[in-house]
Write a protein that binds this ligand. Sequence first.
Ligand code: XMP
Length: 220
Amino acid sequence: MIIRHNGLILAFDVDWDTKRSIVFLRGIMDLIDAVKVGWLQLLNIGPNGIKELTSGINTYFLADIKLGDIAHINEYVIRRLRDLGINGVIMHAVTGRENLNGVAKLSRDLGIDIFLLISMSSGGELYDLNLDYNVKLGTELGIAGFVVPATKPNIIRRVRSMVGNNYQLLSPGVGVQGGKPGCATASGADFEIVGRSIINSESPREVTLSILSAIKDPRC
Ligand code: XMP
């Protein structure tokens, strides 16, 4: 479970070395609740670099590799990510119950959270056609929560109405993809996930503070 102080997760989509990454993160760590890492880190600083990040910065690390393989590969990846200091992992729902059952149990045993991707901030029509099925699947698997798009507030509201307050809803698609800051949390998400608006800004701290103001006082 991600502890909510501010309602904001940084999508840390950078190909920077670990030293530069750590300096950047230290500049805004008090404003964000978790750091989302993924393919950019895996392909540039690699697993050892990720371990350096998770050892150097004291926060919740969410791995967004949109994992979606057969069971034994999923389970290997979860174990390995746990060794690297990752606290939560985003997985595709589309692979279905048989491929998710074992990994959901393993993740509970290892103390790592699974967030199930059940709708996408762009496209993803096959997901949206099967929304209720995938939400139900996630609740039966006993995962930590769901990824729901800021660009589709109706879906956020629908998922929240289905799962109550027992699951965390993480919402990407804020800023560059079109979601207005503050509106995903106003629609029922627990956290907004923001990347480029912060990372590419000349003044990341000021931008982050303005997103936090919108989360506190949404105008949607
Ligand atoms: P930006 O720069 O647009 O970054 O703020 C968005 C981040 O969120 C990820 N993303 C998604 N992840 N389901 C997901 O699980 C989605 O629908 C989705 N849309 C965007 C993206 O990889 C980036 O890190």
